[in-house]
Design a protein. Structure first.
Length: 262
C-alpha cells in the first residue's frame, strides 16, 4: 500500500486537461487570464507546452506547482478509453468535469495511503475507505458525474482526522492559528502540531521541525522551508512542496520529489 506511482501525474498519458479545462487569472502565478474550457495559448497540438522548460521565467510559476495526483491520465486512458477533448469535441465538457471529480478522489487516495503508514489502529477502516475510493475511480463518466464527491470527501476526511489525532496523541501540540501568512516560525518546534488548512503563505519555516505535524490542506505558497524537517509531516503532498521554497538541506519524505526550482 506504499506504492503511490499511480497517484503522480503522467502528462505523456494525459491530454493537457489542466491546460484546457481549468481557469486561471493573471497574477504572480500566471501571465494572462484564461477561462475554463479554453486551451492555453502555449499549448501545442500534441498537448505539449511551448514554454515548459522556462515556465517560471515566463510568468507561469503556477503551472509548475500544480499536481493532479494522476487524475489526468486516469480520465483519458480509463474513463474515456483514450478518447480526448480534441479528437471528439463533444466530449470536452464531460471530460473536464470528470477530471475535477477524479482529482478529488485521487487526492483522497494519497491521504489514505499516507494514513495507513502511521495509524495502525485504524488500518481496517482506512483500507476499506481506500478500496471504496479506488473503486469509484474506475467508474464510467456518468457515474463519476453523478457522484456526491463532496459527501464522499467529508466521510473520508472524518477518518483522516481520527488517524491524525492518533498519530499526534503523545505529542499534545497545540493547534496553531489558521492565519500564519508571513509568520516567523524559524526553527520552530512544530512536532505534532495541527496545521490543517493553515495559511502558511510566505511564512518563515527555515530549520523548523514539522515531524508528525498535520499539514493537510495547508497553503505553503512561497513558504521558506530551507533546512526544515518535513520527513514525518502528515499528509504532505507534492503540490505543497512545489509551492514552497526550499534547498538541498530540506528533509522531505522519500515518496516525494525535490522540486527543481529549489
Amino acid at each position: 500500500m506504499t506504492d503511490v506511482s499511480h497517484l503522480r501525474a503522467d502528462c505523456s498519458r494525459c491530454a493537457a486537461l489542466c491546460c484546457v479545462g481549468l481557469a486561471f487569472a493573471k497574477s504572480s502565478d500566471f501571465a494572462f487570464d484564461k477561462p475554463a474550457g479554453r486551451p492555453c495559448h502555449n499549448l501545442l497540438a500534441d498537448y505539449r507546452c511551448t514554454i515548459h522548460p522556462r515556465l517560471r521565467d515566463s510568468g507561469f510559476p503556477g503551472c509548475t506547482v500544480y499536481e493532479c495526483f494522476g487524475a489526468g491520465q486516469q480520465v483519458v486512458q480509463v474513463t474515456f478509453g483514450g478518447r480526448t477533448w480534441r479528437d471528439q469535441p463533444d466530449l470536452a465538457q464531460r471530460q473536464f468535469d470528470a477530471f475535477g471529480v477524479l482529482r478529488v478522489l485521487h487526492e483522497l487516495l494519497w491521504y489514505l495511503t499516507d494514513a495507513l503508514t502511521f495509524a495502525p489502529a485504524l488500518r481496517d477502516e482506512l483500507q476499506r475507505a481506500y478500496d471504496e475510493t479506488s473503486a469509484l475511480t474506475t467508474a464510467d463518466a456518468d457515474a463519476l458525474l453523478a457522484l456526491d464527491v463532496a459527501g464522499h470527501r467529508h466521510t473520508v476526511n472524518q477518518l483522516l482526522i481520527q488517524a491524525s489525532d492518533q498519530a499526534r496523541a503523545g505529542l499534545r501540540a497545540k493547534r496553531r492559528k489558521p492565519d500564519l501568512i508571513g509568520a516567523n516560525l524559524r526553527r520552530a518546534d512544530l512536532r505534532g502540531a495541527s496545521l490543517r488548512g493553515a495559511l502558511l503563505i510566505a511564512a518563515d519555516l527555515r530549520e523548523a521541525d514539522l515531524t508528525t505535524a498535520d499539514v493537510i490542506g495547508a497553503d505553503f505558497r512561497d513558504a521558506q522551508v530551507h533546512g526544515a524537517n518535513l520527513t514525518g509531516a502528515l499528509f504532505l503532498t507534492q503540490f505543497q512542496l512545489n509551492a514552497a521554497r526550499g534547498d538541498a538541506a530540506t528533509r522531505i519524505p522519500a515518496r516525494l520529489a525535490r522540486p527543481k526550482h529549489w
